[in-house]
Design a protein. Structure first.
Length: 379
């Protein structure tokens, strides 16, 4: 991997920290993923593509002075092959750098139907002392309690129609957390910009506390030239979970807009569903609908969306799930049923389908139907 100047500096920083720290415990693990999927390309041709990912992870900790030093590194090799890569739009996306401060990925081999790359997925070092923690490096900053949408997550927002919902790009940042009581903390995040990688500067502050059966958090920040405020409330009403997530933003180009998520989830246990049917319903008001597409917020074309999630364990080894989203404003929908099988303790297989539909201009009209099989081996 060819590192830029800042990449070399960061690599030197990691090397010095790990060399100077006597590690007490190290854990090595990994994951192999194979994702085979079929869909239409932008030219209207049906294409089959296969994604192979080998992920290696090493993490450790050591007592250093009065506190605890921890490190976490995750390194990926990805091989993508199939006719989909011949699509010029897909090819351009593969050659676009990740929107991170550090250019931590590199293409090893690329042809008309093959793309092999390796990348730093996660890489951070943290130091905890008393009630204060500092974490520096590529990490996942996960904000928001919504099950389908998270408008307060301005570091790594993911659309619910993404092919791999569990893959979060991560952000190169410094995160400082102060736990000033057993249930409350203040969190500050700073991430630098990179013009070459189209990564904007992000600064944010978050406060969270627990009041009775409810967790309340408030946040404020600056994403490039956009000022943001937000709030997240989640808790229990009897046997049901409730949540409200709100974000208000303002920038010089688009003015002010807001996004709100309100949700309810409940597990039904009765003679029909002895293993418990999990049900979640969520409404999303998207004030950013129709605005310029940005990788730093949840976008879309409709202001009003209603989503539902269902999950049920048929047996201890088989699980069926369903995601359904309705475009309440422009008459469209997105349906994604899935079936997961735990083959053995460390091997899992999943089949899923994505079925979008809607008239031109609706939320899901530009998406194509997708059929996929995924296998994961953890070691």
């Amino acid at each position: 991997m060819r590192l830029s100047f800042r990449g070399k500096i960061l690599a030197l920083f990691y090397a010095v920290v790990l060399w100077a720290t006597p590690v007490l415990a190290v854990d090595l693990s990994g994951q192999y993923t194979n994702l085979l999927f079929q869909t239409q390309d932008t030219l209207g041709n049906s294409r089959t593509t296969d994604l192979n990912r080998l992920r290696l992870q090493v993490e450790g900790e050591s007592e250093t002075g009065p506190g605890m030093m921890r490190f976490h590194l995750v390194y990926d090799h990805e091989l993508l092959w199939g006719a989909m890569l011949a699509d010029p739009v897909v090819n351009a996306g593969l050659n676009r750098p990740d929107a991170t401060w550090l250019d931590g990925s590199m293409t090893l081999t690329q042809s008309r139907h093959t793309n092999w790359r390796h990348a730093l997925y996660r890489g951070w070092v943290s130091y905890d002392v008393a009630d204060v923690s500092l974490k520096v490096g590529r990490q996942r900053v996960a904000w928001g309690s919504g099950r389908i949408w998270n408008p307060t997550d301005r570091f790594n927002p993911v659309q619910p129609t993404a092919l791999e919902l569990d893959q979060k790009l991560g952000v190169d940042a410094a995160v400082l957390q102060w736990n000033y009581s057993h249930s409350a903390y203040v969190l500050a995040v700073a991430s630098p910009a990179s013009v070459a990688n189209s990564a904007v500067r992000k600064l944010a502050l978050r406060w969270q506390d627990t009041w009775g059966d409810f967790d309340l958090s408030m946040m404020m920040g600056r994403i490039a030239d956009e000022s943001i405020l937000g709030m997240d409330v989640t808790g229990n009403l009897r046997d049901a979970g409730v949540r409200v997530e709100w974000m208000q933003a303002k920038n010089p180009r688009e003015g002010a807009y807001g996004q709100i998520v309100a949700g309810l989830d409940y597990t039904w246990n009765n003679s029909w569903f002895p293993n418990g049917l999990y049900t979640a319903i969520e409404y999303f008001y998207n004030g950013a609908a129709g605005l310029v597409v940005s990788q730093d917020r949840i976008g879309g074309l409709s202001n009003h969306l209603l989503g539902a999630q269902l999950a049920y364990d048929l047996t201890p080894l088989w699980r069926v799930e369903m995601l359904f989203i309705s475009d309440m404003q422009k008459s469209g929908s997105f349906t994604m049923p899935s079936l997961t099988w735990s083959v053995v303790e460390n091997v899992e297989m999943q089949c899923f389908i994505q079925l979008p539909q809607g008239k031109a201009g609706s939320e899901f009209a530009r998406l194509e139907a997708l059929y996929a099989v995924r296998a994961d081996w953890y070691f």
